[in-house]
Structure formats: C-alpha cells, structure tokens
Design a protein around this ligand. Structure first.
Ligand code: BGP
Length: 472
C-alpha cells in the first residue's frame, strides 16, 4: 500500500504567469503578454477582441508577473525546502525565438532556462517542461494568424528541436501543449486565434487543433529520436462531467460534453480521430483539412503518458439550470457541492472519478499536473497567511488521489499542485486570486515589494511530501 516510492511530488507554474521580464533578455512579444486584466480580458482571450499590442489604457499583468525572471533562485530554493521532487514549468517561446521563425535561437533565452534547470538540480528537483503553456509569438500571429496556419508546425518543431537538444541532460519529462482542449474555450490564449467577422469559428478552431495535434505527434517523434529516455505527455483540462439528473437527456448531453473534452486526448493517446468526432465534425462541416501522411503521423507517435489539470467536476443539464463557474467552462450548478470564492465547484471525489475514467479509457500512466484552490489570502500583521482553507482543499484531493492509486489501481507518476507560489491568474489576470504555498507581496494594482513569505500550507505540504502522502 502507499504511493510508489519514486512518486513525483511538486508544483506547477507557467512562464507567462510568473516570469515577467517580458522586455528583457532579447525576448519577443507573445499573445499572453497582450492579454489585459479587467473587463476586456475575456473578449481578448477568446479571440473576439483584437489586441495585438499593449496600450496605455489597460494593465498587462504578465509584464512583471511575480518577477520569477529575477528571483528564480530564491523561488526554487523554497521549492527545495518543501522537498519538491519535480517542478513543472514552461518555456516562454519568445525567449528562445523572439519572432518564432528565426534560423538561430536567442542564446540569452537559452541560458536563462539553463540556469533555472541548474538551480533545480541543486535541490534534486526534476523539471517537467511544458513546451507551450498558452504561449505563441505575436509575430507569428500577425504573419500566419496563429495555429490556423499549418506553417506553425515547423516553427514549433524548430523550438522543440532546440529544447530537446540543448536541455538533453536536464529534462526528460515534456508536455507538448498545456490544456490543449482550451483552444475551444480561449482560442486566442490557447492558439493565437483571433476571429474575423463572419468567420466560421468552429472550423478555424478544429483546423488549428489539427495542426497542434500533428505538431504534438511530430514533437513526440523528435523527442524520442534525440533522447530515447524522453517521456512525452499530452495535457488537458480534465474534470468529470456529471449529468444533472438521471434523465436520459441529461446523461446524453453530459456525454457529448465529455467526448468534446476527450477528443484531443483520444487523438494524442490512441493515435487517431475517434469515430464520434469524425461524424460530428463532418456533419457540422468543420472537419479539418488534412494532408497526406497526417493520419499515419498521428498513428505512429502517440504520447507516453497523459497529464491533466483538475480543479472541479462539471454538471450538464439538458434544460436551463443555475450556472456555476469553472476553469474557463461554465456548467450547471451542482446542488451537492460547495464552491470556491470564484464560484468553482469543490469536488475531491470528482478527482478520483476522473483518474479512474481517464485510466480506464487510455491505460497509460497518468500525471496530475495542476490542482489547487484560488483564494483571497489575508496576511496577518507579520505577513503570515494561515490558509487552512487551501490545506483542506488539497488534503481532500490528495486523499482522493491516493485512493485512486491504492484502491483502484490507477497508475500515477506524480502530482504537481497549481501553483507553488502566488502568480497571475490565467482566466482573469488577477493577482488577488492566489494559489501558492508562498505568498508574494504584490497587489492587484501592481504595487508591492514582491517579497516572498511562507504560508501555513508551505509547512503542511512539506510534511505531505516527506511522508510520501501518508501525513496529510
Ligand atoms: C489552468 C491553466 C493555468 C492556471 C489554472 C488556474 O487553466 O493551465 O495556467 O492558471 O488553470 O486557473 P486561473 O488562473 O484562471 O484561476
């Protein structure tokens, strides 16, 4: 009994939400830089408001974020102190290729991540690298319209080749795209897509998705070729979809939503478009254009493992019901659950259900690469945050995860909570929505000393890791 001895405990972040320093080190501008906080954010990240440059009227939280770019040594030291075995992080594409299509990479950017990996090594922390975490060079968006254009595949593979070669001695766990299914819900943030008037959005999204799926398969091929030790995973926003009632129509609608969500992983893990997707996309007239050899490419290079984020389950009703928020998805409000301050359902058993469903469906090793509670933290006069609510959330989810491994036989590589340190929210761009074990003195208006402080959950998580999940 118990979790495997080599279980990978850690935390997860994304470059655009923690690094800042967007004008330093020769870095180019990316889609994630021009997503403002505030009322316009939703329209921008969904591709309905074109914002290709920063203006004076908006606040762009990624510009400084929490300054990991200058403070990574201090931050990784804190991760080491918590006993992390793994740190999930992402590469800012435009640090390596500022435009995205240069012949040669930017050495300064490469050196930055090399220093980050060196720092991890000091504490025996293994990096788990997301190649693209909502990250696309603005230059390629202007030139090609983002992932709608097939030429993006070569630009992405150029990045992959440099990363796999240069970091061969540091990294063996790779994720090709963060939450690949987010392309359907936040297409500008997920894939650099901005829609023109009258454009068939579904068609553009599925075409872009196809390009990403091909890119992911070819990246897997390349990763294995450059280093046979490399393990490549897909990553999707998970969360079981419950029918609102046992009414067959509710069950049916829930199944449709679930299939829409699994579509990407079905392709990445099994190597082909599932028949439900072929039929439905064809019927809607949005089946993507494929090139000769695409079907074979998808077949030949499936992923080695499956990773996902889990924040909440969803609930689907065939008739209108009260709605609940969620990780960029809305759903019917589940009357049996409680909710976070941001209205996201809290459902630890849902994690166990999700683990079982995903494992049953694919029979490949799983990795939980995001799970956590976004909350308003109130430091006391010494700056200490007693975040028992976060501990409660994580404790229940870790228990559910353990049960899935110990009692249900799910094969699980590791768990990285979102996020080990406070950072910018992807959905809202807010700073006040905090997830960390480490508090960062930065406020919503951008003020603050950026000083880091350990929260109560820091010490709790340290014990969890030390006991390999026995003391939660
Ligand atoms: C996922 C993203 C993360 C992260 C998380 C929490 O969608 O992969 O980048 O931010 O959700 O969401 P939010 O930041 O909106 O609270």
């Amino acid at each position: 009994m118990g979790l495997p001895e080599n279980f990978l405990w850690g935390g997860a972040s994304a470059a655009n939400q923690c690094e800042g320093g967007i004008f330093e080190g020769g870095r180019g501008l990316a889609n994630v830089d021009v997503c403002p906080s505030g009322a316009d954010r939703h329209a921008v990240i969904t591709g309905h408001k074109k914002m290709y440059q920063m203006d004076k009227e908006h606040h762009y939280p990624a510009a400084e974020a929490v300054d990991f770019y200058h403070r990574f040594q201090e931050d990784i030291k804190l991760f080491g102190e918590m006993g992390f075995k793994v740190y999930r992080m992402s590469i800012a594409w435009t640090r390596i290729f500022p435009h995205g299509d240069e012949e040669e990479p930017n050495e300064e950017g490469l050196l930055f991540y090399e220093k980050v990996f060196e720092e991890c090594r000091k504490y025996q922390i293994q990096p788990l690298v997301t190649i693209s975490h909502f990250d696309c060079p603005m230059y390629l968006i202007e030139k090609y319209g983002g992932w709608r254009d097939r030429r993006m595949i070569d630009c992405y593979l150029r990045l992959c080749k440099v990363l796999f070669t240069r970091y061969r001695d540091y990294v063996t766990y790779w994720l090709t795209f963060n939450e690949i299914n987010m392309i359907l819900h936040a297409p500008f943030m997920g894939a650099g897509l901005c829609f023109e008037e009258g454009e068939e959005e579904e068609q553009v999204k599925y075409q872009a998705a196809h390009h990403e799926l091909i890119a992911s398969a070819l990246a897997t091929k390349l990763a294995h070729k450059i280093n046979p030790e490399n393990q490549v995973g897909c990553m999707f926003a998970a969360g079981s979809v419950y029918p609102y009632s046992c009414k067959p129509q509710d069950v049916w609608e829930a199944m449709l939503v679930e299939q829409e969500n699994y579509f990407f992983v079905d392709v990445q893990a099994r190597g082909y478009y599932p028949s439900y997707a072929v039929k439905r996309l064809q019927k809607k007239g949005v089946y993507p254009k494929m090139q000769e050899g695409d079907i074979e490419t998808l077949r030949a290079y499936p992923v080695d493992f499956i990773s996902f984020s889990y924040y909440n389950s969803r609930c689907i009703a065939s008739e209108e019901q009260k709605t609940a928020e969620g990780n960029l998805f809305q759903s019917a409000k589940n009357p049996y659950l409680s909710f976070s301050e941001w209205g996201w359902p809290i459902d630890p058993l849902g994690l166990r259900i999700t683990l079982n469903q995903v494992y049953d469906r694919y029979q490949k090793p799983l990795f939980i690469v995001e799970n956590g509670l976004g909350a308003l933290d109130k430091p006391d006069s010494d700056g200490y945050v007693a975040d028992d609510y976060r501990i409660d959330y994580l404790r229940e989810h870790i228990r559910a995860m353990k049960a899935a491994v110990e009692e249900d036989g799910v094969e699980l590589i590791g768990y990285t909570s979102w996020a080990p340190i406070d950072l910018i929210s992807a959905g809202t761009g807010e700073m006040k929505k905090r997830y960390g074990f480490v508090y960062v003195d930065k406020q919503e208006d951008g003020s603050g000393s950026l000083v880091r402080k350990r929260k109560k959950s820091f010490y709790w998580y340290q014990k969890v890791i030390e006991s390999n999940g026995e003391r939660v």
